[in-house]
Design a protein around this ligand. Structure first.
Ligand code: AMP
Length: 188
């Protein structure tokens, strides 16, 4: 199954992406994770991405699209995949569609994690990652609202959207995700 996870920072996408990918036996890729790893290694990508990560801004579309294109061409993506935190802009979503057209199989599901803003702020504040500072958190939530929320309509129009309530225990959210995915699988 070919899946993307969309959701604001702090919604629990990363944790759930690992669980869902394991359960469906597909590879998972978090663009945020790859960028943080690159930064800690100090390579060219990491140096470029670091400035954006620290500022709570999105890394340029072409950089992340390239990461995804490389990942998609790996043999293990044949049976499906789960992208966590990608796409994050309409332009990225359109470029992903173009890439997938070349790979012969369109997406099956775009899952949006739904969660109130005040709950998010508290979660991020507690998490304490290096980009979880007050000013950066605010910027990331704003950039989500401005640039990423339009994706719900983009996928909704094509009946690919599953909206999942991300408030609850990890097990509760996992069960909701699996239910949303099986509903979408049934319609694709
Ligand atoms: P995440 O771990 O998904 O919260 O991502 C952490 C940071 O990585 C974001 O605040 C962005 O700076 C960058 N990032 C991750 N995914 C993307 C993406 N699809 N497009 C642009 N920037 C991204």
């Amino acid at each position: 199954m070919r899946i993307v996870f969309i959701g604001p920072p702090g919604a629990g996408k990363g944790t759930q992406a690992v669980r869902v990918a394991q359960s469906l036996n597909v590879p998972q890729m978090s663009t945020g994770e790859v960028l943080r790893e690159a930064r800690s290694q100090g390579d060219k990508l990491g140096i470029e991405a670091g400035t954006y990560l620290d500022a709570g801004q999105l890394v340029p579309d072409e950089t992340v699209v390239q990461l995804v294109a490389d990942r998609l061409s790996a043999v293990d993506c044949g049976a499906g995949y789960l992208f966590d935190g990608f796409p994050r802009t309409l332009n990225q979503a359109e470029q992903l569609d173009r890439l997938l057209a070349n790979h012969g199989a369109p997406l099956d599901a775009a899952i949006e994690f739904v969660i109130p803003q005040d709950e998010l702020f508290e979660r991020l504040w507690k998490r304490g990652r290096s980009d979880d500072k007050e000013e950066t958190i605010r910027k990331r939530l704003q950039s989500y609202a401005d640039l990423t929320t339009p994706l719900a309509a983009y996928y909704g129009k094509r009946n690919l959207l599953g909206q999942v309530d991300a408030v609850g225990t990890q097990d509760e959210v996992f069960d909701r995700l699996m239910a949303a995915l099986s509903k979408l699988r049934g319609t694709s």
